[in-house]
Write a protein that binds this ligand. Structure first.
Ligand code: ADP
Length: 162
């Protein structure tokens, strides 16, 4: 049986930090489902179709990677898809508290599915979708932090301000 993990997130947009986690995840799991979580509390800069397209172009046509979207509980979606693990990335210590709470809650909801944490390579340790959007919105160069076409889409969407 292939080992499947769900990698959930907003991916608004995908960054080199996410890609680093995906690459490492594929060293451990046979298949990854990149799950775009539909979160009613978050408004996204890019539509679901745009985010999907950016992820697909970034990972190429690797058959081990599926891109999906889901609503509701991450742990329920993971179980439904036959995942043995939920993959999450850790950046700064600031991620820890939130991730600890989520992982504990998910374990209570379904102890059969493990949450696994990976760290991105150190050059992308500080990269988040949020800070990439902020920098791009102010006209900064994010081309080393996201794939080239993502940088272009950011520039087109956010324009040059200031
Ligand atoms: P969310 O909206 O759930 O925070 P994101 O799309 O921002 O989702 O990120 C999805 C996952 O990828 C999270 O576990 C996040 O910590 C991780 N991640 C994002 N950027 C990085 C990075 N630069 N290094 C390591 N992990 C990262």
């Amino acid at each position: 049986m292939p080992l499947i993990a769900l990698y959930p997130g907003s991916f608004d947009p995908i960054t080199n930090g996410h890609l680093s986690i995906i690459e490492r995840g594929l060293h451990v799991f046979d298949r990854l489902i990149i799950g775009m979580a539909h979160n009613t509390r978050k408004t996204t800069l890019f539509t679901e179709d745009e985010r999907r397209e950016m992820i697909r172009r970034s990972v190429g046509d690797d058959p081990r990677v599926e891109i999906a979207s889901f609503e509701g509980l991450t742990i329920e979606y993971a179980a439904k898809r036959g995942a043995v693990g939920i993959l999450r990335g850790l950046r700064a210590v600031a991620d820890f508290d939130y991730e600890l709470q989520m992982a504990n809650m998910n374990r209570k909801l379904n102890p059969a599915i493990e949450t696994l944490f990976m760290m991105s390579s150190d050059e992308y340790f500080f990269v988040s979708s949020q800070n990439v959007k902020e920098v791009a919105g102010l006209g900064g160069d994010v081309s080393k932090l996201v794939p080239g076409f993502v940088a272009q889409m950011l520039a087109a969407r956010l324009g040059r301000k200031g």
